[in-house]
Write a protein that binds this ligand. Structure first.
Ligand code: G3P
Ligand code: MG
Length: 242
């Protein structure tokens, strides 16, 4: 019997198996066959770094605020299992043509350097449709849209607005990314009626995966890619996000 469909997006690589947002985590997600993955990005000391928190304490052996640190200090830290905090360029090189990439703009002032890096990679032959740039900072998304009309945008949200997915349509988004905690059938239907995909975060438990699939969600961010891949079929991502 044909498996039902639910796109697998490795969350911070495969954070259920390896230190989040590291090259090890990216390699793990690729090895498991995740067709897509998500990482978080800050712009610090002139470099795009792949990191989730505003502070260093939870995931590294350093301390203090990421954005107040120098690049050399940040690169000297252990981000888990001897991994360095990677640059966005290193992550892109590691992924190559193995998967589609969702770059979440976590920090301020990230739109300009991210648009610039994607443009450089596209000039070198990368397919622009393999990139999806998302953020909770909707002004950063608007800035990115102003810089490049062709990069796919994903609008992140934690709660549910009164007019459902309209805010994402207003941003000209390809997809809307609600949280598992708040998403419901009405929101999914509204996003689809507006022509957008719905990708939900974080979805690590098989019961939640089934619940999402049943309300018509298109894809889920998971730290455990194998749990989605063994239960759900995947679209053909060789031409980009689908
Ligand atoms: O992009 C989906 C998800 O990563 C958003 O939340 O906190 O895990 O970055 P967070
Ligand atoms: Mg994220």
């Amino acid at each position: 019997m044909q498996k039902p469909y639910l796109l697998c997006i490795g969350h911070r690589g495969a954070m259920g198996h390896a230190p989040e947002n590291t090259l090890l985590s990216i390699r793990k997600a690729i090895a498991m066959g995740a067709p897509c993955m998500e990482i978080d990005v800050y712009f610090v000391d002139g470099h795009l770094l792949v990191f989730h928190d505003d502070r260093l304490d939870r995931t590294t052996d350093g301390s203090g605020y990421l954005c107040e640190s120098t690049f050399d200090y940040l690169r000297s830290l252990d981000a888990g299992k001897g991994q360095k905090i990677p640059t966005l360029e290193e992550v892109c090189t590691e992924i190559g043509s193995s998967a589609c990439l969702n770059i979440e703009l976590k920090g301020p002032e990230t739109a300009v350097p991210v648009a610039s890096l994607i443009t450089q990679l596209v000039d070198k032959g990368w397919d622009i449709n393999r990139f999806l740039v998302s953020s909770f900072h909707h002004r950063e998304l608007l800035a990115l849209r102003g810089l490049n009309r062709n990069i796919k945008l994903g609008a992140l949200i934690k709660g549910i607005p009164v007019d459902d997915a309209k805010f994402a349509e207003d941003l000209d988004a390809f997809s809307v990314h609600p949280s598992l905690e708040f998403v419901d059938q009405r929101f999914v239907d509204d996003a689809h009626a507006r022509g957008m995909k719905v990708y939900v975060y974080p979805v690590d438990h098989p019961e939640d995966m089934l619940r999402m699939q049943k309300i018509g969600v298109d894809g889920v961010f998971t730290g455990f890619p194998e749990r989605v891949l063994e239960r759900y079929s995947q679209c053909d991502t060789s031409m980009g996000w689908c």
